[in-house]
Design a protein. Structure first.
Length: 121
């Protein structure tokens, strides 16, 4: 576990047990975690500490507010969010499977071939 993951694990130990990193982007890192209270797998998205120090947490907090207000059968709900010792996070259900990036890439690749598997011209 990285130093950052270890710090986050310690801060949230009473609520979530981090199992592994699932992915990272420009703003945040996503971890697979175990919700200690509800005994379920969750995705724990944490704002990168170096980014929070430079630009502040407002954009991430805005993302949390937007996510919390979305209600649609195809959109995952927000379970929890917070800020502990300068660490901003939110929690959603963990869904097994490929990443959205991988899925879109695979779909894009399959469109460039015909049914016989030959490339389109």
């Amino acid at each position: 576990m990285t130093e950052t993951a270890g710090r986050i694990a310690a801060l949230l130990a009473d609520r979530y047990r981090i199992e592994r990193e699932v992915g990272a982007g420009g703003m945040a890192t996503v971890y697979l975690a175990h919700d200690v209270r509800h005994h379920r797998k969750v995705a724990l998205k944490v704002l990168r500490p170096e980014l929070a120090a430079v630009i502040g947490a407002e954009r991430f907090l805005s993302e949390i507010r937007a996510t919390a207000n979305l209600q649609h059968p195809n959109i995952l709900p927000l379970f929890d969010s917070g800020q502990i010792d300068g660490t901003v996070f939110y929690v959603m259900p963990f869904v097994e499977g490929e990443s959205l990036r991988d899925r879109l890439s695979r779909k894009s690749s399959s469109r460039s071939t015909t049914r016989s598997g030959s490339p389109r011209k």
